[in-house]
Structures are given as C-alpha cells and as structure tokens.
Design a protein around this ligand. Structure first.
Ligand SMILES: C[S@@+](CC[C@H](N)C(=O)[O-])C[C@H]1O[C@@H](n2cnc3c(N)ncnc32)[C@H](O)[C@@H]1O
Length: 347
C-alpha cells in the first residue's frame, strides 16, 4: 500500500477538545483529554473493544460480556461513539475500523497493553511538577519496576505491541547476510525482535540483554517459539554487563533515549569494539528535529520524567558512531513518520 492510499484509508477521529460554539472554553483542553483517556483506558480494562471484535452487540449483551452494569456501559459507550472509537447502529454498538485494527486481537496490532500501562502511568504523572522543578526524576523509572514487578511485565507487554508493529519494517530494511551469525539485542525486553530475526535467518543465534524486571516473561515466550537453544537471556545493566564479542549484528532499538548522551557515546564505542569487521549496528529511534513536533515534545517531557534523558538529533548519532569507528551510516525514516527512524551503521 502506498503512503498516499494509507493516508486516504485513515479516518481522522473527531477533535472533541474543541468547543462546539464560538466561545473559547479554556478548561476543555484539560477536562476533555482527561475524560477521553479515562474512557478509552476503561474500555481496554473492561475488555469492551475485544467483546465487540466479533461483531456489533446490543447494550445489555455488551454489558453482560464485559461483566459490568448496563447503566455504566451505556454512558461509556455513548462517549466512545463521540470519540470515534465506537459506532452506534440502531441499538447496537460496534468497533470503528480503527478500534478493531489497533485495540483487538482481530486487528493488525493490539495496543490494549498500552492502555493497561497508561492506567499505571497516569498517577505517576502527578509528580511531573516536582520533576520539572528539580530537572530530573527523584529516582530512575526502572526502580519502580523492581519494587512493583507487575509494572515491568506491563511495560514489556506494551513494548511488545510496538515491536509487533515495527517488526516488518526491520525485516525489510535490515540486510542480514549469510555470514551474520551472532546477534546481540540490547534492551531486548519481550524478545520479539530476536525471535523474528532467528525465525527468518536460521544461521542466527541471539543474546538479549535487559534489566531483570523487563525479562520476566521473555524466557517463556522464547520457549513457546522453540528457540531456547538459539536465544539466550543476560539479565543485567547494559552499562556494565558482559555481552560477549565477535558479534555480527547488534540491535539498539528504542534504547538510546533511555540514556544520556555520554552513556550513548560509551555504549556505541563498546558496541563498535564488540562487532566483527563488516558487522552491522541497527538503531531505532525518534530523532529530534527543530522545531520539535508535538509528539516529540511530549515524548521528551515523558523521558525527563521517567529517566531524566531525551531524544537526540541525527547529528549526535553520526558523531558518536564516527568516534566508535563506524563507516557507512544510513538513515531510514519509516512510513508513517510516527514510527520513528532506523540508523544502520557498518563496522
Ligand atoms: C523502550 S524499551 C524498548 C524495548 C525493545 N528494544 C523494543 O524496541 O521494543 C527500552 C528497553 O531498554 C531497557 N533498558 C533501559 N536501560 C537499560 C539498562 N541500563 N540496561 C539494560 N536494559 C536497559 C528497558 O528495560 C527496556 O526494556
């Protein structure tokens, strides 16, 4: 599908934050996004979109299926109709095409884990003012996952949804040769990228390095794919763990934004030293551009809050990669642009 036809197929949802009349109603900008998020997250937690995945349902049946009251589900479903998440035909509610595609098991990617994660992230965001005051989080985001292990699992499941969406782009753009045998997946979390590449390329074996909190389910996922002989887990901090040498392929996918510029400089240097000649490093990132668009600006604020880090411009990566001895450097902006960019660098 060309990007033009994809844009035409996408139906923009109504912007419910705008007032209906001519008056400027300043609190709508705060109140409506709050209610919108609360409603979509509640639908995800109730399993309401999934309940409609097989087809339209009457309110009473929908309420029964999600084990909630019809008095509650009615107002929720009506609001979701105005948001463009549900449709109402006569007395029946149905998912819109976009909801079916992105929030059910019948669609292309199910981002429901993102809704469950956002439920947890929301109260945490209450501390944003303090983080802005001090300029850094009181403690690293990852510590919360050690204290509350279910957070690590939820975050990894959310990342797995992203990885399902990104996987085909990686397979298309990453040139793996028959001489490439050893893959290192830094911050590999759910393991889906390593699994996908090992399934496609039978000569590959992989090592996944991540914090223990991110690897809780990964071993089971790998076992289910019968790849335990070829994919190994190294729980630990990538800044000081032994990740091996003689590597042919290294993934650094959506991990650079969780590190400071100095840390990235050092990590890329270490990656360069661990790669065989001809080896390939693959970075996936959101590259900062001036002026920052709204999504990048929001993400930068999230990173300040979570890890005290940021997104970096392409020039920074070129500088770090040059210092680390990488030669050919290629940038691929993914389609749609919101998927971020790949940087391929050869040793
Ligand atoms: C945004 S997620 C990306 C996950 C995966 N690479 C993907 O693309 O779907 C970032 C990952 O980096 C891991 N991570 C962050 N800092 C780390 C560190 N110092 N050592 C090891 N892993 C780290 C996190 O636990 C998390 O799994």
């Amino acid at each position: 599908m060309s990007s033009d036809s994809r844009i035409m197929a996408y139906e923009a949802k109504p912007d419910v934050c705008q007032p209906n009349g001519s008056a400027e109603l300043p609190m709508l900008d705060v109140y409506m996004p709050m209610m919108k998020s609360a409603a979509i997250i509640s639908a995800g937690r109730l399993g309401l979109f999934e309940a409609l995945a097989k087809g339209p349902l009457l309110l009473a049946r929908l309420a029964e299926d999600v084990k909630a009251s019809a008095q509650g589900v009615g107002p929720l479903a009506d609001f979701l109709v105005t948001l463009g998440y549900l449709e109402k035909n006569g007395e029946c509610f149905a998912n819109t095409a976009s909801t079916q595609r992105w929030f059910t098991s019948a669609g292309k990617v199910d981002y429901t884990p993102g809704l469950l994660w956002t439920q947890e992230a929301w109260p945490m965001m209450g501390a944003l003012t303090d983080v802005v005051r001090s300029g850094a989080p009181e403690r690293p985001f990852w510590d919360a996952m050690v204290e509350k292990p279910h957070l690590g699992h939820l975050f990894a499941s959310y990342m797995a949804a992203f990885a399902t969406d990104l996987g085909p782009d990686l397979l298309e753009h990453v040139p793996v040769s028959s001489a490439h045998c050893k893959l290192l997946d830094l911050g590999g979390s759910h393991g889906l990228h390593s699994i996908r590449f090992c399934q496609r390329y039978p000569q590959l074996s992989a090592t996944i390095v991540d914090l223990p909190s991110a690897l809780m389910e990964t071993g089971t996922t790998i076992e289910r794919q019968q790849l335990s002989q070829r994919i190994h887990l190294v729980p630990g901090d990538l800044s000081d763990c032994d990740w091996g040498s003689d590597l042919d392929l290294v993934f650094y996918l959506s991990v650079a934004h969780n590190h400071t510029a100095d840390e990235n400089r050092q990590i890329l240097k270490r990656i360069g030293d661990s790669l065989n000649p001809g080896g390939l490093l693959v970075i996936h990132e959101y590259l900062a551009e001036e002026p920052l668009n709204a999504f990048h600006a929001a993400f930068r604020l999230t990173l300040l809050f979570e890890t005290g880090t940021q997104i970096y411009p392409y020039q920074n990566y070129c500088e770090w990669l040059g210092e680390a001895g990488f030669g050919e450097i290629t940038r691929i902006d993914l389609d749609p642009h919101e998927k971020g960019s790949l940087i391929l660098a050869r040793r």
